[in-house]
Design a protein around this ligand. Structure first.
Ligand SMILES: NC(=O)c1ccc[n+]([C@@H]2O[C@H](COP(=O)([O-])OP(=O)(O)OC[C@H]3O[C@@H](n4cnc5c(N)ncnc54)[C@H](O)[C@@H]3O)[C@@H](O)[C@H]2O)c1
Length: 374
């Protein structure tokens, strides 16, 4: 295994479209990282991006980039259908990989990528930035150590709005082969990931998928009931059809209600903790002091995520919790598609090693059970 560069880490960004800017902006503020090269087959987009961030190396694709450059970290900001092959190529070149969500298009593909990462001794970090920020860290600890009691019920809403004319005009979107799924995989996975970060492992999923309005191959709306291993029951609604957009995750426990309401990122003001009357004695409005959100508030986002990942890479430590375990939200997405397709609840056992459902939630989804349309 090659050693990481001394001093500044040499970074490559692959895919220089919309989200790559979030990566470049964070990396520009890291004195110990340097974006040395970018790759994108669209020369106009690539060169404008490289000019904006003063990146010297400019290539049509990952292979050409790796032939010409030595890099420590490769960021994948490409369409989801490319993530698996590009991650394996980058890992085998000796680089760590930071990959945008969704990590890959199936649990089998995730197994394969993580196997290569183990084999070559490199990390595969996935960007699920809703886990980051000081407030979510605080709430996650309160739930994990029992301070908030036992989780009972919850809500997980991704009510977003994506138009046919622009969002779904991008050729890779709305198709099973290239996007891998609909709003559930592309949008709702953020909230499902946060939910799983708060509540831990899931046990059973009962779901439906619908194509109500958009002209896409995939669903545009889905519903699910998730039972978590700790017994909590959560109602999930994910859609690209909601003009007043909101991302909302809520957990009601034996001692109180935890809620976060935002759109694409949250901070302490987005969170609300409401104690049950039993906790306050029914009169006092205040929650116990230990519930108080930290005042040194940092919002969720790519900045805390990449800082934590780069800190671990430099220290040679395992990935931090905010960037590890990409399987859980992909399992939930898989289970929702599988349940909608099979017309029955899906459990962890259904997704065990060797199950055909690990090969991809898409295979024949509509052959099994036509999606409900208008
Ligand atoms: N974390 C988040 O909040 C967030 C937000 C938006 C998008 N994303 C994810 O980021 C990824 C990219 O989404 P986007 O909105 O930036 O898409 P985009 O279409 O704006 O950008 C993708 C870029 O990849 C380039 N590309 C295509 N094929 C390539 C190849 N073989 N090699 C290198 N580059 C190639 C395209 O030319 C394009 O410039 C997706 O996985 C998406 O789900 C994450």
């Amino acid at each position: 295994m090659t050693e990481l560069s001394e001093g500044r880490l040499r970074v490559a960004l692959v895919g220089t479209g919309a989200i790559a800017h979030a990566h470049a902006q964070v990396l520009a503020r890291d004195p110990l990282a340097e974006v040395v090269a970018v790759a994108d087959p669209n020369p106009a987009v690539r060169d404008a991006f490289a000019d904006e961030y003063a990146v010297p190396g400019r290539y049509d694709g990952l292979d050409q980039l790796l032939d010409a450059e030595t890099v420590d970290v490769v960021h994948l900001c490409t369409p989801p259908g490319l993530h698996k092959d590009q991650a394996i190529t980058a890992l085998r070149s000796g680089a760590h990989v930071v990959c945008e969500k969704p990590p890959v298009l199936s649990l089998k593909d995730l197994d394969d990528v993580l196997e290569v990462a183990r084999e070559v001794g490199r990390e595969y970090a996935v960007v699920f930035q809703q886990r980051t920020g000081t407030a979510v860290g605080h709430v996650q600890r309160l739930l994990a150590d029992g301070t908030l009691g036992r989780p009972l019920v919850g809500v997980c809403h991704t009510l977003w709005y994506r138009r046919q004319e622009d969002y779904y005009a991008v050729p890779w979107r709305g198709k099973w082969a290239t996007e891998g799924g609909g709003p559930l995989l592309g949008l709702g996975i953020h909230q499902l990931d946060l939910l799983g970060f708060l509540l831990g492992e899931w046990a059973e999923v009962d779901a439906r998928a619908f194509r109500l309005d958009r002209d896409v191959e995939t669903e545009d709306t889905s519903t699910a009931v998730i039972r978590f291993a700790n017994g909590a029951i959560v109602s999930v609604l994910t859609t690209a059809l909601a003009p007043r957009q909101v991302s909302y995750v809520r957990v009601d426990t034996t001692l109180g209600t935890v809620e976060v309401e935002h759109l694409y990122g949250h901070d302490a003001r987005s969170w609300r903790l409401t104690p049950a009357p039993d906790v306050t004695g029914g009169e006092a409005p205040d929650a116990p002091e230990s519930w108080t959100l930290p005042t040194d508030d940092e919002p969720s986002g790519h900045a805390p995520l990449l800082r934590a990942v780069y800190g671990a890479l430099r220290a040679g430590e395992p990935l931090p919790a905010v960037a590890a375990d990409p399987h859980r939200s992909l399992e939930l997405v898989t289970a929702i598609y599988a349940s909608a397709s099979l017309g029955r609840p899906v459990t962890q056992a259904d997704l065990a090693a060797g199950s055909e459902l690990r090969d991809g939630f898409l295979h024949g989804i509509e052959d099994r059970r036509p999606m409900r349309t208008r």
